[in-house]
Design a protein around this ligand. Sequence first.
Ligand SMILES: CC(C)(COP(=O)(O)OP(=O)(O)OC[C@H]1O[C@@H](n2cnc3c(N)ncnc32)[C@H](O)[C@@H]1OP(=O)(O)O)[C@@H](O)C(=O)NCCC(=O)NCCS
Length: 376
Amino acid sequence: MPPSESPHAATVPPVEIVEATVPAVLDTPDAWPLHGVAAVSRACALENHGHANLAIDAAGARATMLTPAYRQVRRLVAVAPGARTADAVVGHAMVLLPQVGNVHTARVIVEVHPEHRRQGIGRALAEAVVDVARASGRRLLLTDVTYSPEPAPGPGTIEPPTGPGSVPLDHDSTRFAIAQGLRLVQVARHSVLDLPVPHETLGGLHDRAVEAAGSDYRVHVWHLDIPPEHLDSVATLKTRISTDMPSGDIVVEEDPWDAARVLATAVDLRERGQGRVLVAAEHVTSRSLVAYSEVVFPVDDPAVVFQCDTLVLREHRGRRLGMLVKTSLMAEVARARPDAERVHTWNAAENAQMLAINDALGFRSTSIEARWSRDL
Ligand SMILES: CC(C)(COP(=O)(O)OP(=O)(O)OC[C@H]1O[C@@H](n2cnc3c(N)ncnc32)[C@H](O)[C@@H]1OP(=O)(O)O)[C@@H](O)C(=O)NCCC(=O)NCCS
């Protein structure tokens, strides 16, 4: 199937915006948009971080578009008018449309290859993205922007209204975001933990957490498959984290999970070539899960691991359960991914408890990710 011509023709020559369709495989000519996405993503990641760990490749871009039951992902590329090759792609955009929970939002990415900036390509992509979001009935646009290194606070920076952190004013992304009518909502810290964590550090933190938790809790370590009797309980934790994470002044609705969604997510991860470790703490008396922490990793890239959610239900906080699940998780990562070199994580700058746990484990701040938003 050829990529469909999108109705979002750029208003600013000389680019044309084309929407990618999902190719059956990646080595056919119709997969060109996704190879173009990968090339631009890689160039932007190298510019920001000096490495491509955080870039999306063509397989990853395709995989995100395959399972639209819970979230639909649409991808747009900017090319010279009439061009239909990966080499001609100078910018890309992604629009993620949640299908359950927060269906009023669209999460977007707009990236222009560093060699093609300031020619109106970003604006053309941003306009197309707004069209897609509006046509899907979305009222709130959210986008996360990386800044590396983190700027020193003070003159020349702007701060979000409700929390700590700042972003540089004199920066392509900031100028662009302001020009697009976006406002800064929240600043998150992107940190990296070099692996392996020294045995004494991990062991010491783990032992203290075990002692504080006492005999009221039992730890479970799972990979992609979660035992059927725990699926509902994992779904409860996943639902709770959607509203328990700090979200600045953005109103976040509950994102409802059930056992079917937990199962579908594992299938999705497997199909995308991703592995996972999920560690949960069970409250022995009530037999329900009350805390968890989770990482995912590309099975074919042994060096890198991505930290996802960590949550302790409010009623069980203050007993070092966050540290318990996190240290158990890192021990399992060391066992299951012995060649892993680093774990990436992102935490809201105001999330002091989570940052304290990460600092104790040895995470170091490398860049920041700022969340911008705009009403549609
Ligand atoms: C931000 C980004 C997408 C801009 O792409 P671009 O093609 O260079 O942007 P455009 O040429 O369409 O610029 C549109 C407007 O943004 C503003 N702008 C963009 N870059 C700017 C800069 N370096 N200085 C001042 N204003 C700037 C201007 O108002 C510009 O309009 P103008 O050229 O008529 O003055 C690009 O720098 C990028 O990919 N950065 C990394 C990812 C990112 O930050 N994405 C944006 C998320 S909000």
